[in-house]
Design a protein around this ligand. Structure first.
Ligand code: SF4
Ligand code: SF4
Length: 56
């Protein structure tokens, strides 16, 4: 289980510095989460203006 960033992402970058395990990075189109490191804390969802990161 991990959070996954959906197509709603507008690449604002707000989530990247907030992740406690630094597993968010800019991808080609939208930001991406390294699912092997995500601890499902939900912080990325909390700071996202468009609710793009969701638990999968
Ligand atoms: Fe990082 Fe937490 Fe979001 Fe996982 S749920 S990507 S650990 S901020
Ligand atoms: Fe994308 Fe939301 Fe992260 Fe901004 S905070 S980069 S919209 S997932």
């Amino acid at each position: 289980m991990a959070y996954v960033i959906g197509d709603a992402c507008i690449s604002c970058g707000a989530c990247e510095p907030e992740c406690p395990v630094n597993c968010i990075s800019a991808g080609d189109d939208i930001y991406v989460i390294d699912e092997t490191k995500c601890i499902e804390c939900g912080t990325c969802n909390s700071v996202c203006p468009v609710d793009a990161p969701q638990p999968e």
